[in-house]
Design a protein. Structure first.
Length: 234
């Protein structure tokens, strides 16, 4: 026997005739074990034409590669989400330990700009401050500010909104730089007798898209509402 394709050649005690006989007696073998097809390399003397078997194997291999790529993507997303959740937890602890609103806002802005690669971060509270001895800051827009109506639906829905915000919303939140904000996420802030908005803006139109996951940001909105409560007039 000079060729590996010759009938009767043995491989670890099994001859090619044994394999042929087995497959003939079990014609559904590859249907029951399709994963094997993706690992086989079966040449066919068909010239430039592609045989059906070759096409099937090619499709299976491509599907297998796509599944592997998707699996790696999901693993990476899970890793990033775990890291982001850890950072959010640490941010929440830092904010709760802040001594006054100015420290709260600065810590919040610095952290979200860094961790979310944001170009602008803004808080607007439709409430009056509960303190007189320190500067309230532009974050306190006032309980009677008519700008509240621009965010009424977001606040009432109590769920973050991603995408391109309306022009009036951009101007109210970001002033003259509003037109440069190409995408954003707006998170409602809500108390017993007050409301507000936390907005993260980006110059990149693809940074915040409708339908993206915002569960962590929704949790942050609830935490911030709790943290701001002692500093807001009843």
């Amino acid at each position: 026997m000079s060729s590996a394709s010759e009938s009767g050649k043995r491989y670890a005690g099994i001859t090619t005739d044994d394999v042929i006989t087995y497959l003939q007696e079990h014609p559904d073998f590859f249907n029951e074990h399709p994963e094997i097809l993706s690992e086989l390399d079966i040449p066919h003397a068909t010239g430039p034409a592609v045989s059906l078997v070759e096409r099937q194997v090619s499709v299976l291999r491509e599907q297998n590669q796509q599944i592997n790529r998707r699996l790696h993507e999901l693993i990476e997303i899970a890793r990033l989400n775990e890291e982001l959740a850890r950072r959010m937890h640490q941010l929440s602890l830092t904010l709760m330990d802040a001594g006054d609103p100015r420290e709260i806002f600065k810590t919040l802005y610095d952290n979200l700009t860094r961790n979310f690669h944001a170009d602008r971060v803004v808080v607007r509270l439709f409430a009056d401050p509960a303190f007189l001895d320190i500067d309230a800051g532009e974050e306190f827009a006032g309980a009677d500010n008519p700008g509240w109506s621009l965010f009424k639906s977001i606040i009432n829905n109590r769920h973050p909104l991603c995408g391109r915000m309306k022009h009036q919303q951009q101007v109210f939140l970001f002033g003259d730089d509003g037109d440069n904000i190409a995408s954003s996420v707006m998170m409602p802030l809500k108390g017993d007798n007050w409301s507000g908005i936390l907005a993260i803006g980006s110059f990149d139109p693809d940074r915040f898209q409708p339908g993206m996951g915002v569960e962590l940001l929704a949790n942050l909105g609830e935490i911030l509402s709790f943290i701001f409560k002692p500093w807001i007039a009843e």
